[in-house]
Design a protein around this ligand. Structure first.
Ligand code: EPU
Length: 343
């Protein structure tokens, strides 16, 4: 177990903000997670649980404990125990495994379903908290169950997918279960049959440009990676936390009023009454794409992504995102909210 006092968080946030915390605890096994739970339960310091820090904006030094999982094991789960069909493959990963390593491994082993989630930053534990999603796929479609240590008792518990109340970028871990559990493993259910989903955005078009009509899983993964790399900045080169805002879900009546005003406004139907509008499009319409405020800026190829242009402080990013929220509200009457955790 790692237990470091007055620890720099520079290596633990992809925004590249140089903040510190009072204590940093990292567990590598379920037993160590139970020890960490004991420390947290007895301490009167606040704490936050972080993954790779790819969804985190640090605006100050954190006067508390930062907890990270480094459980990096993997196990095939006995098919007999839970398989609904011979087609299913159940694999359990430690919460500290890099998410894209899960996707890469699943694709090369012929376990399908995660291809469209290629290259999403973050770790396995966060996939279950955040319900990461892209190109029409979401982690909730793969998650079978989540193993965690209950902080108050140190007990190891298991939650099934249906217990976790998954929705767009939401789960019970972000609300009533926040800071109640340390996630230790997540079991994903893959399929041995490859059923590519090419309908979102320009996936089909990008494949066809390469002369591919019916892609293999590898080809689909590589195309998704190319699309993401063309639009999203590499945090090692320019600090960022991926999508900074969530895409707002609005009522159909509001959508219809706006659609009459903005011809061709992009949107996704959520259900009969709700429509999701890409925040990146609204931010671009407000003239923010590519602009900066101090050392923080809006990425020039994807306006949903805020970037650290070099040495930005957390407060510079806050000034920028608050101004963007105001401008979007003034132009569209819609309130957008950060997807990143602002500490
Ligand atoms: N758009 C603009 N200008 C921009 C950005 C987007 O007009 O600067 C328009 C696009 O033209 C498109 C629409 O908005 O019509 C949606 O854009 P895009 O497909 O790039 O996706 P997004 O809604 O901006 C979401 C996820 C991403 C995921 C993509 C693709 C959220 C908060 N973000 O972004 O999530 O990669 O869809 O599925 O839901 C991530 O950020 O790492 C991520 C996984």
């Amino acid at each position: 177990m790692k237990d470091i006092l007055d620890c720099s968080l520079l290596a633990h946030n992809t925004f590249g903000i140089d903040a510190r915390c009072r204590r940093f605890l990292e567990f590598e096994t379920v037993d160590e997670a139970r020890q960490v739970a004991g420390i947290l339960a007895q301490s009167d310091m606040p704490f936050i649980i972080v993954g790779e820090g790819s969804n985190l904006l640090l605006t100050r030094d954190y006067e508390g404990i930062v907890v990270h999982s480094a459980i990096c094991d993997k196990a095939m789960v006995m098919a007999d125990a839970c398989a609904e069909s011979a087609d299913d493959v159940f694999v359990s990963y430690g919460s500290g495994v890099t998410w894209d390593d899960v996707v890469a491994e699943s694709v090369s082993n012929g376990w399908h379903g995660a291809e469209n989630l290629s290259l999403i930053p973050g770790e396995v534990g966060a996939s279950a908290v955040q319900n990461i999603g892209a190109y029409g796929a979401e982690a909730k479609d793969l998650i079978f169950d989540v193993e965690a240590v209950e902080i108050a008792t140190g007990n190891v518990v298991r939650m099934f997918n249906a217990d976790c109340q998954y929705a767009y970028r939401q789960s019970r871990f972000k609300h009533e279960w926040k800071n109640k559990y340390l996630i230790t493993h997540v079991t994903y259910r893959f399929s041995r049959t490859f059923t590519p989903d090419l309908d979102y955005g320009n996936i089909r078009h990008s494949l066809e440009a390469k002369g591919i009509v019916t892609p293999t899983a590898e080809e689909l993964r590589h195309t998704i990676i190319e699309i993401r790399q063309a639009k999203l900045p590499d945090p090692k080169v320019m600090g960022n936390a991926g999508s900074f805002f969530m895409n707002p879900v609005i009522g159909r009546d509001v959508y219809e009023r706006l659609a009459a005003q903005y011809e061709g406004m992009p949107h996704y139907v959520v259900d009969n009454e709700h429509i999701k509008i890409p925040a990146g499009w609204m931010i671009e319409q407000c003239g923010w794409k590519g602009r900066s405020l101090g050392r923080a800026g809006v990425h020039d190829r994807q306006a949903l992504v805020l970037v650290n242009r070099g040495g930005a402080t957390g407060s510079e990013v806050v000034t920028l995102y608050e101004q963007i929220i105001k401008d979007v509200k003034a132009k569209f009457g819609i309130e957008i909210h950060p997807e990143v955790n602002v500490i």
